[in-house]
Design a protein around this ligand. Structure first.
Ligand SMILES: *[C@@H]1O[C@H](CO)[C@@H](O)[C@H](O)[C@H]1NC(C)=O
Ligand SMILES: *[C@@H]1O[C@H](CO)[C@@H](O)[C@H](O)[C@H]1NC(C)=O
Ligand SMILES: *[C@@H]1O[C@H](CO)[C@@H](O)[C@H](O)[C@H]1NC(C)=O
Length: 179
């Protein structure tokens, strides 16, 4: 375990203990932004939210990969919480995504996200990726976060995806949480 991972885990445990009483009761997407940084490599065919009911907002996106197979994927996931503006909050992990896919339990935070993300996407396999990346009508449910009690508020999750040591895309996911 490298230092930053150990630190993330420590922060995670600390926050977990401070908030053991609080639980997510409602959660939904409020906004979504996708930016392709290297369009000859990959671009978004679509990236959208659709409100289905009061607490049901579905996230769908499709990334077209133009230089397949992709054998080297890195990921930086950083979470922010809104006070006056969005400030870094709790998590900032950078990882070799191909390694993560082989050993998911090593990164607790990503594993929690991946456990529900994989149900709505076609990324549940090890590298390489030689097809479009699709997330289809992902809806957040409070039960997905039973392992991650977080205080009520507005959050931003910034996911930066890279390949071959070069950042290729940024996805900003805005979420509101009620306790
Ligand atoms: C989060 O991690 C990325 C990549 O290591 C780094 O560029 C960024 O500055 C970090 N953010 C904060 C708030 O430390
Ligand atoms: C994803 O892959 C893992 C390992 O192959 C498997 O255990 C899991 O059931 C898969 N999940 C889905 C939703 O297909
Ligand atoms: C693959 O990505 C990792 C970082 O995730 C990097 O250290 C490594 O050098 C990359 N390999 C190639 C061939 O680009």
């Amino acid at each position: 375990m490298c230092c930053s991972q150990a630190f993330t885990l420590l922060t995670f445990l600390l926050v977990f203990h401070l908030h053991t009483i609080q639980c997510v009761s409602r959660i939904k997407f409020t906004n979504l932004q996708c930016v392709a940084l290297d369009k000859p490599f990959a671009d978004f065919a679509y990236c959208k939210l659709k409100a289905l009911a009061r607490d049901k907002v579905a996230l769908s996106l499709r990334v077209k990969l133009f230089q397949v197979p992709v054998n080297n994927v890195s990921l930086n996931v950083e979470s922010f919480k809104k006070y006056n503006g969005y400030r870094p909050y709790l998590v900032n992990v950078t990882t070799n995504f191909c390694d993560f896919l082989r050993h998911k339990k090593r990164l607790a935070f990503l594993d929690i996200i991946f456990q529900f993300l994989e149900k709505y996407s076609n990324i549940n396999h090890t590298c390489p990726f030689d097809h479009d990346i699709i997330v289809d009508k992902l809806i957040l449910m409070p039960k997905y976060f039973s392992m991650l009690p977080v205080p009520a508020g507005e959050y931003r999750l910034r996911i930066v995806v890279g390949a071959y040591n070069d950042w290729k895309a940024v996805v900003n996911i805005f979420v509101q949480i009620w306790e």
